[in-house]
Design a protein around this ligand. Structure first.
Ligand SMILES: NC(=O)c1ccc[n+]([C@@H]2O[C@H](COP(=O)([O-])OP(=O)(O)OC[C@H]3O[C@@H](n4cnc5c(N)ncnc54)[C@H](O)[C@@H]3O)[C@@H](O)[C@H]2O)c1
Length: 361
């Protein structure tokens, strides 16, 4: 997506227009995005699945279940009526874990405004079909809404957005005007949105980095230090880039916010649930005990590790880090043995030929 004249114009570049925004999903990320939009002055209505989440937001002005400790403005309202929320938003943020996207969005197809822009903020790949949210949404939504779809991704812990830490994300859409509209309506001095056409790169970067976060957590849990983590981040990025480029993405997208940016965040940041799952696995805990203790919160990387491995097999791309995490999580492999095996593979060139060619183009 090329820069426009407006990109280089003077002034702050931030819009003072305020609109109606609907948010589907009252988890940590949906609540943080709703809070951000409400702080900007938008008229925000959030759909929560759980009765008590909507009640807490409306009466106590806090999401005690998923984002405790952050006071929410009274202007941020919540509802359990999904159609009401879908009909509310000129921009509809969809912040649903991947396994529930289809079921949730199917309920609102008739309620969505004709002029709505639908923004998926989900990061994952379905296990059985290997679909990303883009594929699911295009299957479920009528044709006229396909060009109204956008995807928001990048390094953004919900709690840090709630704290108003400076955050940068990227918005992908096949339609430049749609990406620009989301960018204009969601950017503030604390939350800067870039834009791109590369939906595939943004979605695969956001989903696959969660697998890498588990890998880095395991490495840290085993005490493999900074060298081990840096090696995993870099070689993991190589695997993610190869998988994404094979699916049609630009390698440059994976060098951006939705790739390197989110990988750095989740592979090094203590707020990452996926990394925390890895640390506990590395220390010898069982996955079932770890996920049971998460009280409904989702570590998408656990599911995505299966999808990522099967995507690599389907594409015929060797991904030893992803395969190793799949084996540790789903087949109970010993992480130390996986590392030893990976480090003993035949020696090779660092840069993959196909990625080098794509970068050249
Ligand atoms: N938490 C973050 O910092 C963060 C940041 C960026 C992206 N994301 C992505 O956002 C998405 C949502 O994650 P989250 O962290 O907000 O979730 P969460 O783990 O905080 O909460 C779980 C969410 O799943 C919903 N849910 C559970 N069962 C459901 C069902 N049957 N139907 C519909 N919804 C159901 C719950 O209502 C809740 O909204 C994920 O794809 C995640 O990868 C999260």
């Amino acid at each position: 997506m090329a820069a426009t004249a407006a990109d280089h114009a003077g002034g702050t570049g931030l819009s003072s227009e305020r609109i109606k925004i609907g948010v589907l999903g009252g988890g940590a990320w949906g609540t943080a995005l709703a809070l951000h939009a409400a702080r900007m002055g938008h008229d925000v209505l959030l759909w929560a699945l759980e009765k008590e989440v909507a009640q807490h937001i409306n009466e106590d002005h806090e999401n005690k279940n998923f984002l405790p400790g952050f006071p929410l403005p009274e202007s941020l309202r919540a509802s359990n009526d999904i159609k009401q929320v879908a009909a509310h938003g000129e921009i509809l943020l969809m912040v649903i874990p991947t396994p529930f996207v289809e079921r949730t969005v199917s309920q609102v197809v008739d309620a969505v405004r004709k002029d709505a822009i639908l923004v998926s903020c989900t990061k994952g790949i379905l296990n059985d079909t290997l679909e990303t949210p883009n594929h699911i949404l295009k299957r479920v939504l009528p044709q006229h809404l396909h060009s109204r779809l956008a995807y928001l991704s990048g390094p953004s812990f919900a709690a840090e957005v709630a704290k108003e830490n400076p955050t940068a994300v990227t918005v992908a859409s096949e339609d430049d005007a749609v990406a620009q509209r989301v960018q204009a309506m969601m950017s503030s001095p604390r939350f800067r949105c870039y834009r791109t056409h590369d939906v595939t790169g943004v979605e695969l970067g956001g989903a696959l980095k969660n697998v890498l976060a588990i890998a880095c957590g395991i490495s840290d849990g085993l005490g493999f230090g900074s060298n081990g983590r840096a090696a995993l981040i870099t070689r993991g990025l190589d695997e993610i880039t190869r998988l994404a480029v094979h699916s049609g993405a630009s390698p440059l997208t994976l060098a951006g916010l939705a790739g390197v940016g989110d990988i750095v965040l989740t592979c090094t940041g203590d707020l990452s649930r996926n990394r925390s799952v890895g640390v506990r696995l590395g220390k010898g805990e069982k996955l079932a005990d770890i996920t049971a203790a998460m009280k409904g919160a989702v570590a998408e990387g656990v599911l995505t590790s299966r999808s990522a491995h099967h995507l690599a097999l389907k594409q015929g791309i060797e991904c030893p880090v992803i395969e190793g995490i799949y084996k540790v999580i789903h087949e109970g492999a010993d992480p130390v043995e996986v590392v030893t095996k990976n480090m003993s593979r035949p020696l090779k060139a660092e840069v993959d030929q196909r990625v080098a060619q794509a970068a050249h183009h």
